[in-house]
Write a protein that binds this ligand. Structure first.
Ligand code: AMP
Length: 217
């Protein structure tokens, strides 16, 4: 199953995508994570991507499409993937369709997580992510703190704050998201694959689990 997870930054999209991937035993592909990995490694691609990401701007389509296209040639993607953060523009959605079509596949379902802005801003400003890429657990210093501050409960690695998790970049990312998402919503609505998910209490501990239940219903 090929799933495209939509939702504003901080909507819980990443956590929901991870749970979905585990439940369906499919790879979780996050373009944001892929870029951050390149930035950490100090590659040319990472440096270029960082010049956009640190300002909350989108990385150009061509660059983004190419890394996804390459990732979708991996063997582990042949039964499906959970895409998180891609596509973000109509051009990316069209490119994704073309890539999948070549392999005789298609996007099966596009869940959109709908969460109020205030919850999003509060969540992002207090977000801490495990620095161990294999783990990637996400905490919230206010609502879901780790047992020992700054240390991951699961693997013991250091928790870090993303460089784009500051108020100015967040506002910009929300604006960029809104500006682009309507095109995607229209695109996928027309293809009859869009499903709107509105968590009853998006701050609840099990909000993402509930969202996944709703998606797989
Ligand atoms: P995310 O982790 O999905 O919030 O992505 C973090 C940042 O990476 C975004 O604010 C963009 O700058 C960049 N990025 C991630 N995915 C894409 C994409 N599909 N297209 C363009 N830029 C992206």
């Amino acid at each position: 199953m090929y799933i495209v997870m939509l939702g504003a930054p901080g909507s819980g999209k990443g956590t929901t995508a991870k749970i979905l991937a585990k439940r369906l035993n499919l790879p979780h592909i996050s373009t944001g994570d892929m870029f951050r990995e390149q930035i950490k490694k100090g590659t040319e691609l990472g440096k270029l991507a960082d010049s956009y990401i640190s300002k909350g701007e989108l990385v150009p389509d061509e660059l983004t499409i190419n890394i996804v296209k390459d990732r979708l040639t991996w063997e582990d993607t042949k039964n499906g993937v959970i895409l998180d953060g891609f596509p973000r523009t109509k051009a990316q959605a069209e490119a994704l369709d073309a890539i999948l079509q070549e392999a005789g596949k298609k996007v099966d379902i596009v869940p959109e997580l709908i969460v109020p802005d205030q919850v999003i801003i509060d969540r992002i400003l207090n977000r801490a992510t495990c620095s161990n890429k294999e783990c990637g657990a996400i905490y919230n210093t206010k609502y879901k703190p780790s047992k020992v501050p700054g240390v991951c409960d699961i693997c013991g690695s250091k928790l870090v704050t993303r460089t784009d998790d500051n108020e100015e970049a967040i506002q910009n990312r929300l604006e960029v998201y809104r500006k682009n998402v309507q095109d995607l919503l229209d695109y996928y609505k027309e293809k009859n694959v869009l499903v709107s998910i509105t968590p009853e209490d998006p701050t609840a501990d099990n909000a993402s689990e509930q969202a996944v239940d709703e998606i797989l219903k």
